[in-house]
Design a protein around this ligand. Structure first.
Ligand SMILES: *[C@@H]1O[C@H](CO)[C@@H](O)[C@H](O)[C@H]1NC(C)=O
Ligand SMILES: *[C@@H]1O[C@H](CO)[C@@H](O)[C@H](O)[C@H]1NC(C)=O
Ligand SMILES: *[C@@H]1O[C@H](CO)[C@@H](O)[C@H](O)[C@H]1NC(C)=O
Ligand SMILES: *[C@@H]1O[C@H](CO)[C@@H](O)[C@H](O)[C@H]1NC(C)=O
Length: 596
């Protein structure tokens, strides 16, 4: 018997579950990956279990407590365990409920050899084979489900579209489903900051063959031994290097992982975070809307991205869903279409502060049968050249423009803002917002470069009746606005013929043929997609619409500032919003009529 010095209460050879480490799974292409298996302890040695599987690069053996000590300490106590790992299900919790957990290191990470190329098609092919392998194991009941956050959610959509034998349902928490639009290029703008931080902090640090992992408490050293610096470099591609060369959706990087959501047919519980306005929201909503599943559910949450999947009330929902599809024990009706309302909303009403899970529990929930809500009244709110935002169209006697700077010396010059009067009554906004604007690009006096493109960042902020800002929790606990949108003007062309195009969600193809440069001082109409949201604006509250050429409130690590993607020579200039009889500028809000 050996005692784990970190967890003296635990006899490390005798967990309350059976722990098998570094099990080899051969892939049909001649390669292999290594997985950890955690199984319930039962009297019957032949018992078969439903299985929850994950496959990813953050380290099956990297203890959560070292991976992110602060986040670990904020977790629900029963998820603070010896085998807890970042963004994946807790073995101790699920084995106690009759589930086996399989946790794989993907190729090139942890104990799985190979080329480290996350989010690649090879990674998804391996995940599919892993699921089929699991379904055939004598200890599995043949039904595999998936549960995980972010990376471990995004991969589920793609996995499900491959239809591996044995996959019975998916529960993606806060992931993306469209590599281009949701993750890598927001409105065409490279979302470099997040890709870079995530890769270096938690992917590269776990590369297969990287020396010193055990010494850093970052899992075990590589079974086959460490690799040289040169061999390591030759065996990986960073996310940003993989993506940066491709501005369009037909680029090899995006095309190779493109899939059709309609191929997702297994039951889906898609969990979207209203605060995930850079990564953890859009794809869950789109995934719900367009997956081919007969049984699909959309659940909204709030809070930091690392914690909610482990909240007791969330775990209870996950468990009832998995029990229905992996154990055949459907207590609430998930498997009978129409019995469980398809949408479970969280209503963001009042100022509860941000990054405070306890306070956020004050937000009520409401079930709905569809998304967006059928009773939505799309209502325009007009921008005024005087910085106002109002329900009535302003009368404009002479053409005016509101200007702000791209690459300003002083960041406050990098945006324009438009503020409403205090709301006269409580107003619910739930759904998708579009900003309709007329904009132009100009140069400064003595500016040597001629700009040819313009990046737009849009945010909607909330001011309470008493004058303080109502902040919402961003992915890492940042103070965030209600919601945001992004668009590179050269991608302004929409495709209204596309079956996914909606008045409330303009569809863009982002193909080379769509790119359209801007001629200086010519005025272009544009519809800017803003990410789906919910807020209840109370009587006396105000909204502020910000339109900028700079990153707005709450961007956190998700900066769009790659010098190759946004060169100053191309973007530096004066951006203008035009107002005249011909140029109405407005946002279309999804207003939900008061049900009282
Ligand atoms: C991999 O797992 C096996 C089996 O549990 C164990 O003997 C071995 O020590 C593990 N390797 C490492 C590097 O932890
Ligand atoms: C996996 O492949 C290796 C190498 O080809 C082979 O030695 C091993 O027996 C295979 N394992 C299984 C379980 O098939
Ligand atoms: C086999 O698949 C793995 C995992 O996706 C990949 O890393 C490896 O390069 C592939 N090997 C070959 C020979 O294609
Ligand atoms: C101004 O923009 C709005 C919204 O994009 C559009 O409907 C309108 O046609 C534009 N005006 C002109 C003259 O292009």
């Amino acid at each position: 018997m050996s005692v784990d010095p970190e967890w003296p209460q635990i006899d490390s050879t005798s967990y309350p579950y059976i722990f098998e480490k570094n099990v080899t799974v051969n892939l049909s292409n001649g390669s292999f990956i290594r997985v950890n298996i955690y199984k319930p302890k039962t009297a019957d040695a032949n018992q078969k279990f439903p299985v929850l599987a994950t496959h990813g690069p953050y380290g099956k053996d990297v203890p959560y407590r070292y991976f992110h000590p602060k986040s670990f300490s904020d977790l629900e106590p029963d998820h603070q365990t010896e085998h807890s790992a970042w963004e994946v299900p807790t073995p101790r919790h699920w084995t106690a409920r009759g589930y086996a957990i399989v946790r794989a290191d993907e190729a090139g990470s942890g104990q799985s050899p190979g080329y480290l190329d996350i989010l690649s098609c090879a990674s998804i092919d391996a995940f599919s084979e892993l699921v089929e392998w699991i379904a055939e194991q004598p200890w599995s009941n043949g039904k595999v489900g998936t549960l995980g956050i972010s990376y471990y959610a995004a991969s589920q959509w793609q996995l499900a579209a491959c239809k591996p034998k044995g996959l019975a349902c998916i529960v993606p928490y806060e992931g993306f489903s469209d590599h281009y639009r949701d993750m890598c290029r927001h409105g065409g703008i490279l979302s470099n900051g997040g890709l870079d931080v995530i890769w270096h902090r938690q992917v590269g640090s776990n590369q297969y063959g990287l020396p010193g992992r055990a010494a850093r408490n970052w899992g075990d050293d590589t079974i086959e031994g460490s690799m040289s610096i040169e061999a390591l470099a030759a065996n990986r591609v960073t996310l940003i290097d993989a993506v940066r060369p491709y501005p369009f959706r037909d680029g090899e990087r995006f095309s190779s992982v493109a899939f059709n959501l309609e191929d997702v047919e297994v039951p889906v519980l898609s969990v979207a975070n209203f605060g995930g306005i850079q990564l953890h929201l859009r794809g869950n909503v789109q995934g719900f809307l367009h997956s081919g599943s007969n049984l699909k559910y959309l659940r909204f949450i709030v809070g930091r991205h690392d914690l909610p999947m482990y909240y007791p009330e969330e775990v209870a929902v996950q468990e009832s869903f998995f029990d229905a599809f992996l154990k055949g024990e459907d207590r609430v009706g998930w498997s009978r279409k129409g019995e469980v309302p398809a949408v479970d909303l969280i209503l963001r009403k009042g100022n509860v502060g941000f990054n405070d899970p306890k306070a956020e529990k004050q937000f009520l929930r409401r079930q709905e049968n569809e998304w967006p809500l059928a009773r939505t009244q799309y209502t325009d709110m007009y921008l005024g050249a005087d910085g106002t935002l109002g329900w009535t169209k302003p009368t404009i006697d002479a053409p005016r423009k509101v200007q702000y700077e791209a690459f300003p010396e002083d960041k406050t010059q990098g945006l324009a803002s438009f503020t409403t009067a205090p709301f006269e009554s409580e107003t619910e906004i739930t759904g998708h917002i579009v900003a309709h604007l007329n904009v132009s690009l100009g140069r400064h006096r003595w500016q040597k470069t001629t700009p040819s493109d313009m990046d737009m960042f849009v945010a909607i902020r909330h001011i309470s009746s008493t004058g303080e800002e109502v902040y919402y929790t961003g992915p890492a606990g940042e103070a965030s606005p209600i919601t945001k949108g992004y668009l590179r003007m050269s991608f302004r062309k929409t495709n209204p013929q596309h079956p996914r195009h909606r008045e409330w969600l303009p569809h863009r193809d982002y193909m080379p043929g769509d790119a359209a440069a801007m001629v200086l001082n010519e005025i272009y109409p544009v519809d800017v997609e803003i990410w789906p949201t919910n807020v209840i604006v109370q009587k006396g509250d105000r909204l502020i619409l910000e339109i900028g050429a700079v990153e707005l409130l709450g961007a956190g690590i998700f900066q769009h500032d790659d010098p190759v993607d946004r060169p100053e020579a191309k973007f530096k200039g004066t951006n203008s919003i035009h107002f005249s009889k011909n140029y109405d500028n407005f946002i279309t809000l999804p207003i939900i009529p008061n049900s009282n």
